[in-house]
Write a protein that binds this ligand. Structure first.
Ligand code: IMP
Ligand code: MG
Length: 330
C-alpha cells in the first residue's frame, strides 16, 4: 500500500479539490478516499474546461478511479444521489466507481433540522454536527443499515488488505487544520478530524504514508460566526479579487493575511512533505507582494530550504507554487 494525502492547512477552501484533481491525472492511484466531513465541503474542480462543484464525491471519479466516501465521513443520501446524477448528466461516469464505507454514518432529516437552529458556530447547515453527535453518542445510523445504499457499500479492510494487492491511495481531505475538532479554534470548528493523522482511522496502513500535500492560500479565509476579517478596506478588495464566496453556501469568506506561525504549526502537525500555495495571483493582482518583506517573511521563493523544486501549476485554474522539503527542516 502506498498512500498520499491532500490536507487543508488553514480554514478550508484552500483548493484541495483542484490539487487532488491534478494529482489524479498523474499519480496512478487505484483509489481516492475522502476521509472526513460530509456535504459541508464544496470542492470546485475544473475538468476538461468545465467547472464542477462536488460535496461528497472524491475527485478520483473524474479519471475513472475508484472513489470512496470513508468511515470518517457522514453522508446525506439525497445529496449523494443528486451528486451522482449531476456528474452523470455532465458526462462524468460514476457507475461502479463510487463507494461508501459500510461503517460511515448517515445525515438524517433530524440532523438537518437541528443544524438549522445553529446560531453560534455559523455551520454550513448540512447536518454535520448533529450527525457526528449521534455517531459518538452511539445512536447514529450507519450506511450498512440503509438498504438503498447496498450497491455502494464497501468494506475497507477487505478492499485494501484482501481484494487489492497493492493499493495506491490518494486521501482527499475536507475542511482543514483550523477547523479541526481538536486543533481548530474551538468551538468555531467542524465536527470531524481534518488532519493527516485521521487518515489512519480509515483503514490506511500507517507505514504506507508517502507524501502529504498541505494546501494553503497565499492569504487566509474563514467562513463562520467568529470575527476574522480586520476592518481595513483592503480585505474587501481581497475578497472581491479572490472571488471569496463559499462554494457550498455562497457566503462571503472573511479574509486576512497569511498567518505564518499558524501555517508552520499546521505543516508540523500534518507532517506536510509538499506545500502547495494557491491563489498567489490574487495577491499579485492586489499589489501586496511587499507583505513578504521584513522579519516575518515567507521566504518566497528564494529560500534554499523551501526551494528544492518549484512547479507552476496553472492548468486547472490555479496559480500555485509547490515546494517540497523535509518537514523536520521547517
Ligand atoms: P459545519 O462543518 O457545517 O458544522 O460548520 C462548522 C464550521 O466549519 C463553520 O464555520 C463552517 O463555515 C466551516 N466549514 C465547514 N466546512 C467547510 C468547508 O468546506 N470550507 C470552509 N469552511 C467550512
Ligand atoms: Mg470549499
Amino acid at each position: 500500500m502506498i498512500t498520499d494525502v491532500v490536507v487543508g492547512l488553514q480554514y478550508g477552501d484552500e483548493g484541495k479539490g483542484k490539487v487532488t484533481h491534478h494529482l489524479c491525472k498523474k499519480g496512478h492511484y487505484s483509489h481516492v478516499l475522502r476521509f472526513n466531513g460530509g456535504c459541508n465541503a464544496g470542492h470546485t474542480i475544473i475538468h476538461n474546461g468545465k467547472k464542477f462543484v462536488t460535496h461528497h464525491i472524491p475527485a478520483g471519479v473524474f479519471f475513472g478511479i475508484k472513489s470512496i466516501i470513508s468511515n470518517g465521513c457522514v453522508v446525506n443520501i439525497a445529496q449523494f444521489k443528486k451528486e451522482l446524477d449531476y456528474l452523470n448528466s455532465n458526462g462524468v461516469k460514476t457507475k461502479g466507481l463510487i463507494f461508501i464505507a459500510k461503517n460511515a454514518h448517515i445525515i438524517t432529516d433530524e440532523h438537518l433540522e437541528l443544524d438549522l437552529k445553529d446560531k453560534k458556530i455559523g455551520s454550513t447547515k448540512r447536518g454535520n454536527g448533529p450527525a457526528y453527535s449521534d455517531k459518538y453518542a452511539r445512536t447514529g445510523l450507519r450506511a450498512e443499515d440503509v438498504p438503498e445504499l447496498k450497491e455502494y457499500l464497501i468494506d475497507l479492510y477487505r478492499e485494501f488488505y484482501h481484494d487489492h494487492k497493492n493499493p495506491r491511495i490518494l486521501c482527499e481531505g475536507a475542511q482543514a487544520f483550523g477547523l479541526d475538532i481538536d486543533w481548530g479554534d474551538y468551538p468555531f470548528v467542524t465536527s470531524s478530524h481534518c488532519t493527516t493523522a485521521s487518515i489512519f482511522l480509515n483503514a490506511i496502513e500507517p507505514s504506507s504514508l508517502r507524501k502529504v500535500y498541505g494546501v494553503c492560500k497565499a492569504y487566509e479565509t474563514y467562513v463562520g460566526m467568529k470575527r476574522f476579517q480586520p476592518t481595513n478596506p483592503v480585505f474587501k478588495k481581497l475578497q472581491l479579487y479572490g472571488n471569496e464566496y463559499g462554494s457550498t453556501t455562497g457566503r462571503a469568506r472573511q479574509c486576512n493575511w497569511l498567518n505564518l506561525d499558524f501555517l508552520k504549526k499546521s505543516i508540523k502537525m500534518n507532517y506536510v512533505t509538499h506545500l502547495v500555495i494557491n491563489k498567489m495571483d490574487v495577491l499579485n493582482d492586489l499589489g501586496v507582494w511587499s507583505l513578504y518583506e521584513g522579519d516575518n517573511t515567507m521566504y518566497f521563493p528564494s529560500d534554499k530550504e523551501f526551494k528544492k523544486h518549484i512547479t507552476e501549476n496553472c492548468d486547472n485554474g490555479l496559480a500555485s507554487i509547490q515546494f517540497s522539503y523535509h518537514p523536520d527542516k521547517i
